[in-house]
Design a protein around this ligand. Structure first.
Ligand code: KIV
Ligand code: ZN
Length: 530
């Protein structure tokens, strides 16, 4: 009988820490709901001491998501642990995850503490966390580069103080598989009381070994693995959940383990994360990349047509990716549309279906063939939960090679119509500047990418954008036949999110005795209050 490996998802903590992957509270909640559908066992929701926003997001997730264990990260001190506990206390199954570096290089240069001092801090922090919460995980940060005898002492101190899970991170992605496996086997054999404690992996992909090392940890005795959707995370990222899960799914009998993950939710989870962060997955990414199931070479295509098993070890349907057939045209009805969405994993409510149908008929009028990707883009973009502050009524642009492209936009807000024009070097930039002039919120592009969706000349352009407004980053994504229009609409989405967030921030500081910069901005957008 295969043993179950617990899947600990840290997309919203280690993943969210990585550049360009930050999410606001609503986005984190949406992602947490999807992770729940996916069936993760433990969901690390954030690092509450890091910011007010992180604390509130962990609390909101802990209040709403009741099936998985909800974990929150804390350094090994009472203040951090109190903050984590304050965010977690309403959770059905809370877990405090506390960590402290144990490698000599971290002790000497980062912590400036002796080994004895660190040992005492571990015992104190884990004991304190246990006095608040029955489920406590301890991570000796940089375990992979920690002197083995000292690591055993640290683990022993944590277990004696009440840790219920011991996580051994390869924080800098340095370990070879054999070394990582050996570390687990040794901790399991040498630390007293390990029969009551779950061992966990946490790997980083600096050498491209994160998934392989996770499997090595399992061979060494780990029964929890920490990973993230699309492998996002610090630097080169963490072990990708979809890679680890699908390896276990496919080769579980060789590994002697299984997971409780619903594999058909893997692709929807990957897609949702991409939409929320605006960070696209590389095309050749294992399991969830667009080319993961594409067969280009003639010999391969021939083989797959005769029998998919010739070149496909996993069917796209297993990970929730439906085949890219031409599905619908402009004469298709609501019923066919609803059925197709269900096959794609979207269970639309009646009003959502109405909205999708309107968008679909509009697209089908402009585009002969409507593909699965188009349908996904319609709901992903059309159902943004952030209310539109400004809507685009009209857009015109003139591109020029002499560095003077122009754009005119007409936006509507609360029944008022504003229009403005701008000139810039390129037509997209001109459109962004014209939007800035109306919203009076200048943004700086942090990332901009375009790729085509759907095959052939009938394909449409999908623009993903990350924009910095007032020091905060927001994302937008839009699909259109017209790449400049897609860019303008994606930019406007990001601008709308910025305006919305500023309004929320002002909500929280409304009682502030002195006017703040944010309040001043809110006065500009909502002069009559809101
Ligand atoms: O990589 C790491 O060591 C971590 C710990 C906080 C678990 O993310
Ligand atoms: Zn990490």
């Amino acid at each position: 009988m295969p043993e179950k490996v617990l899947i600990f998802d840290t997309t919203l903590r280690d993943g969210e820490q990585s550049p360009g992957c930050s999410m606001n509270l609503d986005e984190k909640l949406e992602m947490a709901r999807q992770l729940d559908r996916l069936g993760v066992d433990i969901l690390e929701a954030g690092f509450p001491i890091a910011s007010e926003g992180d604390h509130d997001a962990v609390r909101a997730i802990a209040e709403e998501i009741r099936r998985p264990i909800i974990a929150a990260l804390a350094r090994a001190n009472h203040l951090d642990i109190d903050r984590a506990w304050s965010a977690l206390r309403q959770a059905a199954r809370p877990r405090v995850h506390t960590f402290l570096a144990t490698s000599d290089i971290h002790l000497k240069y980062k912590l400036r503490k002796s080994r004895d001092e660190v040992l005492k801090m571990i015992a104190d922090a884990v004991g304190y966390a246990r006095s608040l919460c029955p489920d406590v995980e301890f991570s000796p940060e940089d375990a992979g580069r920690t002197d083995r005898n000292y690591l055993i002492e640290c683990c022993h101190a944590a277990v004696e103080a009440g840790a219920t899970t011991l996580n051994l991170p390869d924080t800098v992605g340095y370990c070879l598989e054999t070394e990582y496996e050996q570390m687990f086997a040794e901790v399991k054999a040498r630390v007293p009381g390990m029969d009551r404690v779950v061992l966990s992996t946490h790997t980083h992909d600096d050498l491209g070994l994160a998934a392989a090392n996770t499997l090595a940890g399992i061979r060494g005795g780990a029964r929890q693995v920490e990973c993230t959707i699309n492998g996002i995370g610090e630097r080169a990222g963490n072990a990708a959940l979809e890679e680890v899960v699908m390896t276990i799914h496919l080769r579980g009998s060789a590994l002697g383990v299984t997971t409780g993950i619903r594999t058909e939710e893997l692709y929807p989870s990957s897609q949702l994360l991409t939409r929320l962060t605006g960070v696209a997955v590389q095309r050749n990414k294992a399991i969830v990349g667009r080319n993961a199931f594409a067969h280009e070479a003639g010999i391969h295509q021939d083989g797959v047509l005769k029998n998919a098993l010739t070149y496909e070890i996993i069917s796209p349907q297993t990970v929730g990716m439906t085949s890219n057939q031409i599905v619908l045209g402009k004469h298709s009805g609501r019923h066919a549309l609803a059925k197709r969405y269900e096959e794609l994993g979207y269970h639309l409510t009646k009003p959502e279906l109405e909205r999708a149908y309107t968008l679909f008929t509009d697209l089908a009028d402009r585009k002969k063939n409507v593909y699965d990707e188009d349908l996904i883009a319609l709901v992903e973009e059309g159902f943004d939960h952030i209310p539109e502050m400004f809507t685009l009524r009209l857009f015109q642009s003139v591109a020029s090679s002499d560095g003077r492209s122009t754009a005119t936009v007409e936006l509507e807000k609360d029944g008022h119509v504003f229009h403005d024009s701008a000139t810039a070097e390129g037509p997209c930039d001109a459109a962004f500047r014209a939007i800035d002039r109306i919203t009076q919120t200048p943004g700086n592009i942090a990332d901009f990418s375009v790729h085509t969706i759907g095959p052939g000349v009938d394909g449409v352009a999908e623009v993903s954008i990350r924009v910095r407004f007032q020091g905060m980053e927001f994302t937008g994504k839009f699909t259109s036949h017209n790449v400049i229009e897609a860019a303008a609409r994606a930019y406007l989405q990001a601008a709308n999110k910025a305006v919305y967030e500023l309004r929320r921030a002002a909500d929280q500081t409304a009682k502030a005795p002195h006017p703040t910069h944010e309040n001043a901005l809110v006065d500009r957008y909502f002069p009559g209050g809101y």
